[in-house]
Write a protein that binds this ligand. Structure first.
Ligand code: DLL
Length: 391
């Protein structure tokens, strides 16, 4: 319970401007203090835990007091309101329920606005599609990559006949406007982006309004900064960098200046929707997911955006990075597409990527259905370079 007491100045802070002078909190701090070391209330006051495991290391744990759950619900209601969800809606929640914050978080908001919640959790795709039709689902909540899987399943089963979807609330992983277009067309809904992370209590840190021009940060709950990822120096608005978040009201697991590793841009330009909250632009990706290929820094979402412009591409792709001993990095874009002329499409994709991203790559067109599908967060990068070592 003393972690932040030692980091805060005597007498506390007088204004939000002083937050920028505090030390950062990192994922390593969470791991080193696993499970309860960062909690600020006695364990008896904690009524809920959530966590994320990641691929390596100890899980990241976050706790909620009863009041924290009310605050979370307040943020999630706002997400629903931004997307126009009301008590007239049937919300099918296909985010995973359990330790992951997505399922329970979206559930909280949908129930609080009085919608009829169908807690399907993720997976069992055929049943999702059946329930969507039978129950007249109007709002779908899941990761964008799972939305794509559901769209595919729907096409295989009598198409959109009898489907009443109108809104999708998609997040928990980076996605491009190109993918948004595909999902909207195939599912016949308006897609809203929602952002959050376990360390700050889950979804409901920021969300899109109906303008879809960035995500409004719920600044009465969270204080946002963007810093230079290399030096940690705060950047002016409009400059891309790493998002750093401070919780302002959480009791059990308060967080000061958390280095999210997510890359975005802050803006205080007023939004036509009238929301008082500043926005950040769509999160491009995590610093850890940024690929450095032959010295070029690229995010998978940049490839996704380009690929979405090609007819026949169904949204499924992976990037395979490799390095032959003592030679340069190679990047192959493997994608599924329905086309009569694969070689021509591969050539067009190579050219487009070279012209827009400035990277020479190879492209491999695969038959639809070959790549693994994701029920949660998709894995878009396969990097074989670690095994070879640096040249
Ligand atoms: O993904 C919480 C969440 C659940 C958000 C449901 C939205 C909807 P974690 O598993 O801890 O928590 O992962 C957090 O996912 O740091 C980002 O890298 C990424 N992420 C989350 N939302 C978005 C988004 C949940 N809208 C990590 N766009 C974050 C891009 C996102 N990346």
């Amino acid at each position: 319970m003393s972690f932040y007491r030692e980091r805060l100045p005597e007498g506390g802070l007088r204004s939000l401007d002083e937050v920028g002078s505090l030390p950062f909190t990192t994922k390593e701090d969470f791991r080193a203090n696993y499970p309860f070391g960062l909690f600020a209330v006695p364990r008896e006051e904690v009524v809920r835990l959530h966590m994320s495991s990641g691929t390596t290391g100890r899980p990241v744990v976050t706790g909620y007091t009863r009041h924290d759950l009310e605050l979370w619900a307040e943020c999630m209601v706002r997400v629903m309101e931004y997307a126009g969800v009301t008590s007239r809606d049937v919300v099918q929640n296909a985010y995973g329920y359990g330790l992951f914050t997505g399922g329970m978080g979206l559930h909280l908001g949908a129930e609080a606005v009085g919608a009829t919640v169908v807690p399907t959790s993720s997976g069992v795709t055929q049943r999702q599609v059946m329930l969507m039709r039978d129950l007249g689902t109007t709002v779908l909540c899941c990761t964008p990559s799972y939305a794509l899987v559901l769209a595919e399943a729907l096409r295989g089963l009598e198409g959109r006949e009898g489907v009443r979807l109108r809104v999708g609330i998609f997040g928990a992983e980076p996605w491009s406007d190109g993918l948004r277009g595909q999902i909207q067309t195939h599912l016949g809904l308006e897609a809203f982006d929602i952002y959050g992370l376990t360390e700050l209590g889950g979804p409901g840190v920021a969300a899109e309004c109906s303008r879809h021009e960035g995500l409004h940060i719920f600044e009465d709950h969270f204080y946002a900064e963007v810093v230079d990822p290399d030096t940690g120096t705060p950047l002016q608005e409009g400059r891309p960098g790493e998002l750093v978040l401070t919780s302002l009201r959480r009791e059990a697991s308060p967080v000061l200046r958390y280095r999210t590793r997510d890359r975005t841009v802050l803006t205080s330009e007023p939004c036509a929707c009238g929301s008082p909250y500043r926005r950040f632009l769509r999160v491009q990706g995590r610093t850890d997911d940024m690929l450095v290929v032959r010295g070029e820094n690229v995010f998978p979402s940049q490839f996704e955006e380009l690929l979405a412009g090609f007819a026949g591409f169904n949204g499924q792709y992976i990037l395979v990075v490799d390095r032959q001993a003592h030679s340069l990095d190679t990047l192959e874009v493997r994608l599924e597409a329905d086309t009569a002329d694969e070689q021509r499409l591969e050539q067009e994709i190579r050219d487009r990527i070279r012209d827009s991203i400035g990277l020479t790559v190879t492209a491999k067109v695969l038959r639809p259905g070959v790549l693994p599908r994701s029920e949660g967060k998709a894995k878009r990068v396969v990097d074989h370079r670690e095994a070879v070592g640096t040249p």
